[in-house]
Design a protein around this ligand. Sequence first.
Ligand code: NAI
Length: 267
Amino acid sequence: MITYRFPNKVVLVTGSSRGIGAGVLAAFAKAGATCVLHYWDDPAGENRRDAERLDEQLRELYGTQVTDTGGREIGRTSPVHLMAADVRDAAQVEALMKQVKETCGGLDVLVNNAGIIRDRTLKKMTLDEWHAVIQTNLDGVFHCCKYGTEVMRDGGRIVNIASVAGLMGFHGQTNYAAAKAGVIGMTRVLAKELARRQITANAIAPGMIQTAMMGEVKPEMLAEYIKAIPAGRFGTTDDIANAVLFLASEETNYVTGQVLPVTGGWV
Ligand code: NAI
């Protein structure tokens, strides 16, 4: 069995203060990577508090002990650097990537995970709901890829968290499905453009994964989905983290421009 290790690798996971992003970041910290815990500093400060809590947990689990001359532990260094940016804002993302370069020396793995849903049928969807999802889920990925590849070392990895919605399309998700299908198209182009730098770009299409985002889906829809999933269960953040580490590893350097569904056999 391959146990992936990422020592001396710098990994940035967007929107990693909670949910799938937090699970992916924790898996990289466990695998020895230097991790950038990126969060959106929302006005209520909720994401910052989540980010600080996760940083504390990862410091405890995977931090390096600092001891005094008597060998007693006096603290721990964290494998995590906290950095804030709104992915919708190109200037903030450019500044974030400069901060990654200055703090960590460069970037090896970029996981574009930040995303939102604003579900409503075409008839009822407002222009604000359309733009909010496109700006976060599609423009945000473009900004991170554009400025992230400027600081990425050759041989790097891009893993975009798309969705089965971008492959199949679900009722009430014109905005979300369009953005995720756009991310898949972008991934295929990045694979071609970045191959000369030995950078791979792949996408993961999760099915239904148990996070706060799932709480925004109507219970009757969830009941329908579970009936359609051959594995008979919703996915976990670990299911996605395992797939991300696989695509970010050295061993998959000949896999690029692909979409990997992680759906329990749904798609
Ligand atoms: P979540 O809502 O728990 O996490 C989303 C993260 O994105 C949060 O940390 C949030 O702060 C961040 N974010 C939102 N707007 C941002 C902005 N403007 N700038 C920076 N960060 C921002 O959701 P979850 O479930 O963890 O989703 C993560 C990714 O996985 C998303 O891209 C989502 O579309 C995708 N996905 C999730 C599925 C699920 O069933 N949970 C299924 C398929 C895809």
